[in-house]
Design a protein around this ligand. Structure first.
Ligand code: ZN
Ligand code: FE
Length: 253
């Protein structure tokens, strides 16, 4: 088993603020780009590092995660990897995954996290403790439910909440400060959240990404991940609600 290194690449800056990620397996040098929404900033990084790209990994089919697939494949010859169940909608897919994907000697577990789209997956590199959560889990928020129900979204977030606290979370967008206002609205006296938002704000002021977050931080600060905590449900006045009911309550508030 091996670990991956992760480089963060901002794409569609100023409009969608998408993140693509460059992963390199430490033992074999095999490389992958997660969710290439546009090609130019990615090619710049690949050239600067002298990397010949092996794979393109997609968390889901939305254009702002897959728009660069075909062009990046043309330039690099990389193979396109996506969920077998959503293969019809992943542009140029070559490798259909179900349970795991091997990047050299680094193994990614494929975790199905529906709710945002049907067939949305996360790539979880267990050895390095890195997870790529696309548009399901953002820092301090969660994605819109385009093709899924709140129940499915909540179930997916619960799956993620069961990973070790130290796992680093790499979401599909830089939405932290945007999500922070709602988080603070419902959970203003949560000192962990207040501190986290302050740190994120400082990073953004320096032009730095606020991510990665961690599962532990999200469980302490993200209201949509806090619904699994009875104390939090108590605090927001729904002590007798299930986590799903509390989740739906947050969506409606
Ligand atoms: Zn999306
Ligand atoms: Fe997106």
């Amino acid at each position: 088993m091996s670990k991956v290194s992760v480089d963060i690449i901002l794409c569609r800056a100023g409009s969608m603020n998408n993140y693509a990620y460059l992963l390199v397996d430490e033992k074999t040098g095999k490389s992958a780009i997660v969710d290439p929404s546009e090609v130019t900033p990615i090619v710049k990084v690949l050239e600067a590092k002298g990397i010949e790209l092996d794979y393109i990994l997609n968390t889901h089919h939305h254009y702002d995660h897959t728009d660069g697939n075909i062009e990046l494949q043309k330039i690099t010859g990389a193979k396109i990897v996506g969920n077998k169940k959503d293969a019809a909608r992943i542009p140029g897919i070559n490798i259909e995954v179900e349970d795991e994907f091997l990047l050299g000697e680094s193994k990614a577990k494929i975790i199905e996290i529906e709710g945002h789209t049907k067939g949305h997956i996360a790539f979880y590199f267990e050895e390095s403790k890195d997870i790529f959560t696309g548009d399901v889990l953002f820092s301090l928020g969660c994605g819109g439910m385009f093709e899924g129900t709140p129940e499915e979204m909540c179930e997916s977030l619960e799956k993620l909440s069961q990973l070790p606290d130290s796992v680093r979370v790499y979401p599909g967008h830089e939405y932290t400060m945007h999500c922070a206002s709602f988080a603070l609205y419902v959970d203003r006296d949560n000192q962990n959240l207040v501190n986290y938002v302050m740190e994120a704000k400082e990073k953004q002021q320096k032009g730095l990404p606020t991510i990665p977050s961690t599962i532990g931080k999200e469980k302490k600060c993200n209201p949509y991940m806090r619904v699994f905590d009875k104390e939090f449900r108590n605090k927001i006045g729904v002590a007798n609600a299930t986590s799903v009911e509390a989740f739906i309550g947050l969506l409606n508030s």
